[in-house]
Design a protein around this ligand. Structure first.
Ligand code: UD1
Ligand code: CA
Length: 458
């Protein structure tokens, strides 16, 4: 049976990144480089995906989990040696094998599909994905003969002056006839400037055996960009961000300034949502339709339903239902669940709490470890006192209650529905239905005392 396979090369350390983190684990738009590559590969439907790991093997495994098989390259002796490590898993198969580097995060499923189709149409033993680089420095060059037929790939460090002038580069992606690949890999050596076993030498070997070599030249150089240092990482990030933002705008989302809108790769947004500058939408965030996300808001791994208004606020691992609103300058910490038509105003912090439909918390309030019912009014400066220095405790507040301004609700505490807490109260005992609770010292007036103050005039 003819199989379709991919080998992802991810064993290198990435010295040029100058980082403690292995190269392919650096992130752009919320996902590691190698995860971007794997996602694009998955889209092209493979029978087998094998990732070659070495430096940081465990961290790469943690990152990609069981979406791919793994082989370990103990010593980084070059890209050819890396591919050879996959022989035990793939060597016996008929079919096609694509090789791609873990450091080319902008390549798309579409390009991979085009490459496979081109390879099959050309009936080639290998098809190289090439592109025309504005500055080819550092890349392997595609050497063609007078008839335009590919002869070999020459690495930067091994290239003659004439070869260095070639601007068609090897993107590091190839589709091979699987058996021809592994047979040729046994014939490469490391007699070159870097003393490495180059995968690129397989081309010359197949050529000398009279096999058909094809090259599929892609139009968009940016997409083939290899990320070897932080400068390239920032450039690739910008290109990816631009791509993500265009996709959302084409789907009906408005961005006031797409250059300054930061949306991770897997975020979903509904149409007619408006996003202001400086907004960051991260991780697995989902935003509904007709929302307004105001300037400099940050939303991480949260679910925002339709018609929600968020003004300059930070939202983490939380959920906001339809027609709720928050901000400016409020903070939903993990596990805040905000019901429909809830109003959260400015300087409100909510943690591990659910807020029922129609409840209003307008100003300067902390709610932690609590369950609030519907249509409650929480005044200004209310504190849910949830921590005794050792443990967190729960507070529940029933529907239609009124919590006066500057109250402290000391947990564990139950405030029933339809109850009223007078402003300035510190409450630590249950409040029953229809009760008013007032817990503050009484006011005393001293007539004429003003005039006794030493610094006061008549
Ligand atoms: C490689 C190509 C070059 C091409 C460029 C495209 C070779 C010899 N050169 O060069 O023609 O233009 O990619 O970006 O193939 N790796 C391993 N094990 C190793 C060495 C590398 O797994 O022993 C992995 C790296 O982690 C990386 C990938 O292979 O993901 C490419 O290696 P890198 O050192 O970045 O190759 P380039 O010098 O960029
Ligand atoms: Ca590279």
């Amino acid at each position: 049976m003819a199989t379709k396979n991919t080998i992802i090369l991810a064993a290198g350390k990435g010295t040029r990144m100058k980082s403690k983190l292995y190269k392919v684990l650096h992130r752009l738009c919320g996902k590691t480089m190698v995860d971007h590559v794997l996602s694009a590969v998955e889209g092209a439907h493979m029978d087998n995906i094998v990732t070659v790991v070495g430096f940081g093997a465990d961290a790469v495994r943690d990152n990609l989990a069981d979406r791919t098989q793994y082989v370990v390259q103990e010593k980084q002796l070059g890209t050819g040696h890396a591919v050879l490590q996959a022989e035990q898993l793939l060597g016996h198969l008929d079919g096609m094998t694509m090789v791609v580097s873990g450091d080319t995060p902008l390549l798309t499923t579409k390009t991979f599909e085009n490459l496979f189709t081109y390879h099959q149409n050309k009936k080639a033993k290998v098809t190289i994905l090439t592109s025309k680089a504005p500055d080819p420095t550092g890349y392997g060059r595609i050497v063609r003969n007078d008839l335009g037929i590919v002869e070999k790939i020459v690495e930067q460090k091994d290239a003659t002056k004439e070869e260095q002038a070639i601007d068609e580069i090897n993107t590091g992606v190839y589709v091979f006839d699987n058996r021809a690949l592994f047979e040729a890999l046994h014939k490469i050596n490391n007699h070159n400037a870097q003393g490495e076993y180059y995968l690129t030498d397989v081309i010359e070997i197949l050529k000398s055996e009279g096999q058909t070599i094809a090259a599929y030249k892609m139009a968009d150089f940016d997409e083939s960009m290899g990320v070897n240092d932080r400068i390239a990482l920032a450039r690739a990030t910008k290109i990816m961000r631009c791509r993500i933002n265009r996709r959302h705008m084409s789907a009906g989302i408005s961005m006031i300034d797409p250059e300054r809108t930061y949306i991770d790769a897997d975020v979903k947004i509904g149409p007619d949502t408006i996003i202001e500058p400086g907004v960051q939408l991260k991780g697995n965030t989902v935003i509904g339709e007709d929302c307004y996300i105001g300037a400099n808001s940050e939303i991480r791994d949260s679910i925002i339903h339709d018609h929600v208004r968020i003004t300059s606020s930070l939202i983490e691992h939380s959920e906001m239902l339809d027609h709720s609103d928050i901000g400016p300058n409020s903070h939903l910490r993990p596990e805040a669940f905000i019901g429909k038509h809830v109003h959260l105003g400015n300087f409100v912090e909510i943690k591990k709490a659910s807020i029922g439909e129609g409840t209003k918390i307008g100003h300067l309030t902390y709610v932690g470890n609590a369950k609030l019912g519907r249509n409650i009014n929480v005044g200004c400066g209310v504190i849910f006192v949830n921590y005794d220095g050792a443990h967190k405790h729960e507070t529940t507040v029933g529907d239609d209650s009124f919590i006066g301004s500057n109250s402290n609700l000391i947990a564990p505490l139950e405030v029933s529905d339809h109850s009223f807490i007078a402003a300035g109260s510190t409450i630590n005992r249950q409040v029953n239905q229809y009760d008013m609770a007032i817990a503050r010292s009484r006011q005393t007036n001293k007539p004429g005392y003003f005039k006794k103050l030493p610094y006061q005039k008549d």
